[in-house]
Design a binder for this molecule. Structure first.
Ligand code: RP5
Length: 194
């Protein structure tokens, strides 16, 4: 049994003990994806052009995602319901992107035992520095793995790496990906025109 499937099975078992029923279309919408391992959250639909890169990175490795807009400020009770039940629904990693005051990743991390990856989104006025500092400065005991401003692709890749820890087939795919990266870098060196 792979780590991902073990995680799913454990989570599904828990679901029967502690089922969280969806209460709105928004918080439990599941893009018709079966058994998503990664939950992608964002504070607004305006974050999607950035956050799509996290979903795309997961898809490259065959990892299913579910995507929801849940604002920590505008819909705090929806966030509490989603985050506190995420591990009981088979999710293994959460990625949360937000701009501005950007409390979404931190509050999500406060409510879930799952690893949370935070993506600072560049806003109109401060170019994402506000979100970066909000997300990265978590108090001891509540970690959020923060990627670069707009670094949603890395958030997706990190989620894949977390899932690959106990899944040798996925880890093999990841090693092949790293080898392709190295080859692309070598090509840049070969083609360097000084
Ligand atoms: C944050 O406020 C969201 O994550 C988004 O980055 C930003 C702006 O939201 P909208 O005004 O576009 O809905 O909560």
């Amino acid at each position: 049994m792979t780590f991902s499937s073990a995680c799913f099975n454990i989570c599904v078992s828990l679901e029967y003990v502690n089922r969280v029923e969806p209460t709105t279309d928004q918080i439990m919408r599941n893009k018709n994806v079966k058994r998503p391992a990664v939950g992608i959250l964002m504070g607004s639909d305006s974050d999607w052009p950035t956050m799509k890169e996290a979903a795309d990175a997961c898809a490259e490795f065959g990892i299913s995602t579910e995507v929801n807009v849940i604002s920590a400020h505008r819909a705090p009770h929806d966030l509490e319901r989603y985050a506190s039940g995420a591990h009981t629904r088979g999710l293994c990693v959460l990625i949360a992107g937000a701009g501005g005051a950007a409390h979404l990743p931190g509050v999500t991390a406060a409510l879930t035992p799952l690893p949370v990856i935070g993506v600072p989104i560049a806003g109109k006025f401060i170019k994402g520095w506000d979100a970066l500092l909000s997300i990265v400065q978590m108090p001891s005991g509540v970690p959020v793995a923060t990627v670069a401003i707009g670094g949603a692709r890395n958030a997706g890749l990190l989620a894949v790496q977390i899932l690959a820890v106990g899944d040798s087939a996925l880890q093999k795919k990841y090693l092949a990906f790293k080898e392709r990266l190295a080859e692309q870098s070598r090509a840049k060196n070969r083609n360097l025109a000084l």
